[in-house]
Design a protein around this ligand. Structure first.
Ligand code: 13P
Ligand code: SF4
Length: 317
């Protein structure tokens, strides 16, 4: 503990000296979450990045998040402690693939999850995150076709919630969330039928959670399909003594902090994102000492991509 405190003091001192704000996603390692100025989901962190007065943003998260911050704050220096921290979901569609898909559906509105590269965002009309995907799609003229990408499970969730039949979904997935499967969720829910279920819509088991509710295995009011930020709000308000959590395991740290009286248990304790965990305490320290890895987005791409992110931020504000 003493070493962690000394490291945290050093991080804070270096951040002050660099006029840097440190942002951490909810899936970061606990010590990174605790040292950050702001911890949150991808939408909340994009908003903080856009509004911050600091001249440097240190983004403890994955590359597309740091890229989004750079697009929203092009005059700021944006650092990611390890530029190799990618995302399997963002890798599941390229800008060329998206252009080809658009050519098959002329006139369709393109809605991309923020877990995409800047080049894909540049081909997008409006971005969304898991906390506002339903709202974003609901805001689109019901007569227009929608191309939703890249996550198939989030896409299925949006289709269910909006009832839209003209929504086409790309077959991408996040390897961590896709691996949280229905069989595991069912077994855990059957063993603890009084527990609330918090399920991220990127999970392979999101449909199973609704099935369990439909079949009466778990009362419907105990099943919550939520973004990481939504889970945090729900954690503060749950009346249950235990909650089964289907998302990346880093989330448990924030949930337990938000409501220490509740027993938060992972549906799959191996659901850890290796990319998120590349941001180690040592990497954060190095980033602040050496000013790297700096994130750059080509100006023309950034300009086109920024519009899609800004449209998202404006919806629901
Ligand atoms: P949210 O923080 O938007 O819920 O995103 C989940 C995720 O997988 C980000 O990588
Ligand atoms: Fe990407 Fe999945 Fe990791 Fe999130 S948890 S950063 S979606 S690979």
């Amino acid at each position: 503990p003493h070493e962690v405190e000394a490291w945290a003091a050093q991080v804070r001192e270096l951040a002050r000296a660099r006029d840097a704000v440190v942002l951490a996603h909810n899936y970061q390692r606990p010590e990174i979450q605790d040292v950050a100025d702001h911890t949150g989901d991808s939408l909340a962190l994009s908003r903080v990045a856009a509004a911050s007065d600091a001249s440097t943003i240190v983004f403890c998260g994955v590359h597309f998040m740091a890229e989004t911050a750079k697009m929203l704050a092009p005059d700021k220096t944006v650092l990611i402690p390890d530029a190799r921290a990618g995302c399997s979901l963002a890798d599941s569609i390229s800008a060329d693939e998206l252009r080809a898909w658009k050519a098959e559906h002329p006139g369709a509105v393109v809605v991309s999850y923020v877990n995409t590269t800047a080049a894909v965002k540049a081909e997008t009309d409006v971005c969304c995150t898991s906390s506002n995907a339903v709202e974003v799609v609901a805001s689109i003229d019901p007569d227009r076709e929608v191309l939703f990408l890249p996550d198939q499970f989030l896409g299925a969730h949006v289709r269910r919630e909006t009832g839209r039949t003209n929504l086409h979904v790309w077959a991408g997935e996040c390897h961590v969330h896709a691996g949280i499967n229905g069989a595991e969720l069912t077994a855990r829910a059957q063993a603890d039928p009084d527990a609330d279920l918090f399920v991220h819509p990127e999970c392979g088991c999101a449909t199973s959670a609704l099935y369990l509710a439909g079949e009466g295995v778990v009362p419907a009011e105990q099943v919550h399909i939520l973004s990481t930020g939504g889970m945090l709000d729900a954690a503060k308000n749950t009346t249950k003594s235990s909650v089964l959590v289907a998302t990346e395991v880093g989330m448990l740290h924030q949930l337990r902090r938000a409501n220490p009286a509740v027993d938060f248990r992972p549906v799959n304790d191996r659901a850890s994102c290796g990319y998120m965990k590349m941001i180690t305490p040592g990497a954060l320290l190095r980033a602040l000492q050496e000013g790297r890895d700096e994130v750059h987005v080509d100006a023309a791409t950034a300009e086109r991509a920024r519009a899609s992110v800004q449209r998202m931020i404006e919806i629901g504000q």
